[in-house]
Design a protein around this ligand. Structure first.
Ligand code: PMP
Length: 430
């Protein structure tokens, strides 16, 4: 495969951009080789600067749930553009999207739009602290909530991929208020709560974590967290930046029937534009400025183009519930296909799968938390990634990420993915 133009651009980019990229995992450091530079995307495909075509299994890290460059989104954006790109003043569309989010996501009674998942989680923690008058919060090891200071402690995603789960630049003062627990252990939460009685403002987690690969909640775990938080007056925050509008129209909270006090959203909510949101119980959200004293603002928040893209996406997902049946079917075929091939070839690697998210771990041990995820052979994953890329399949360039499937993945493409997988598994083990 000729990737000479990507190579040239990557070398050139080093002169102007740290590491040549605007988000670390894109640099392919964890998988070796050099990143491919993307020129355009359409449906299930992305095309690089050398005009190679790849079948997409990341979909911009989640947002493109109905495939790239979908007519619905493109037309909504073009139409909105006709009227100007930003006003910095309220618009009718912001009310429409707020109403729609509230009708779809069980925990959200009021919602504030921001520009990224990072902003959503940072703001949600601030509001929970303002609401409870407490400073500390609990975070799970290996979960990623964006790059806000207080979250870059035992962080997943790129932070672990780059070997910096605890980032330099985060002060000891900040870090001391972030309490860590392993995912899927209610005992660990009970211990933290006991040791910090009356001091914990919030417990934030990815209900179905996708930033240490993919792990699933054990039966009763989310319900248990709900009970503890209610008992202790702790604000339970589900970070559904990945899972929101993906695992079901109302996210993981709808799927598992557990309603948190607050929810953070991103990715799909912007239809591919930079959007995030946080929302929750009225009583809590009424603390947000100007309704209340907790300050949070944004020059481009509620941007008209971004809102048009998000609204088109959410309206579609809300009206076409069959999207989820279709997605689950696609995802079942991919994940079962991969497991069948592995079995035939004699490799007993763990595959975690829920809805349209899945992850193949290069370990034969079950993965249910950060420690078990770290047992994966990341060097072997790197080889697998390269073998798949060479065969035109674009995966997340790290073991510690989930894959996100889209409705654009037709049966013949699934067959191609599975054939590439079979060949790649043979190649990397020979
Ligand atoms: N929370 C979760 C669960 C995420 O997966 C991410 C990003 N992958 C974020 C927060 C941060 O979102 P953003 O990259 O838009 O700041």
């Amino acid at each position: 495969m000729n990737i000479s133009e990507s190579k040239r651009l990557f070398a050139h980019a080093q002169n102007f951009i740290p590491g040549g990229v605007n988000s670390p995992v894109r640099a392919f450091r964890a998988v070796g080789g050099e990143p491919i530079f993307i020129k355009r995307a359409d449906g299930a495909y992305i095309f690089d600067e050398d005009d190679n075509r790849y079948i997409e299994l990341i979909n911009s890290w989640g947002p493109m749930i109905i495939g790239h460059n979908h007519t619905l989104i493109r037309e909504a954006v073009i139409q909105a553009m006709e009227n100007g790109t930003s006003f910095g003043a309220p618009t009718a569309r912001e009310i429409e999207i707020a109403e729609l989010i509230i009708s779809m996501v069980p925990s959200v009674e009021k919602v504030r739009m921001v520009n990224s998942g990072t902003e959503a989680t940072m703001s949600a923690i601030r509001v929970a602290r303002g609401y409870t008058g407490r400073d500390k919060f609990i975070k799970m090891e290996g979960h990623y909530h964006g790059h806000g200071d207080s979250f870059l402690i035992a962080a997943g995603s790129g932070a672990i991929t780059m070997g910096n789960p605890d980032s330099p630049g985060v002060t000891k003062g900040t870090a001391k208020d972030t309490l860590l627990a392993p995912y899927n252990s209610l005992e660990a939460i009970e211990e933290l709560v006991e040791a910090n009685k009356g001091e914990i403002a919030a417990l934030i987690l990815e209900p179905v974590p996708g930033n240490m690969g993919l792990a699933l909640p054990k039966p009763g775990y989310l319900e248990g967290l709900r009970e503890i938080c209610t008992r202790e007056g702790i604000v339970l925050i589900f970070d559904e930046v990945m899972t929101g509008f993906r695992l079901s129209p109302g996210g993981a909270q709808e799927l598992f029937g557990v309603t948190p006090d607050m929810t953070t959203l991103g990715k799909i909510i912007g239809g591919g534009m930079p959007v995030g949101a946080y929302g929750g119980k009225k009583e809590i959200m009424e603390h947000v400025s100007p309704a209340g004293p907790v300050y949070q603002a944004g020059t481009l928040s509620g941007n008209p183009i971004a809102m048009a893209a998000g609204l088109a996406m959410l309206r579609h997902l809300n009206a076409q519930k069959s999207v989820y049946t279709k997605l689950n079917e696609i995802s079942r075929k991919v994940s079962e296909g991969i497991q069948n091939i592995n079995q035939v070839l004699g490799y007993n690697y763990s595959v975690n799968h829920l809805g349209s998210m899945y992850c193949l771990f290069f370990t034969d041990q079950p993965v249910y938390d950060f420690e078990s995820a770290k047992k994966s052979d990341t060097a072997l994953f790197g080889k697998y990634f390269q073998a798949m890329l060479k065969r035109g399949i674009y995966l997340a360039p790290s073991q510690f990420e989930s894959l996100f499937l889209s409705t654009a993945l037709k049966d013949e493409l699934i067959d191609k993915i599975l054939e590439a997988h079979r060949e790649s598994m043979i190649e990397i083990h020979s």
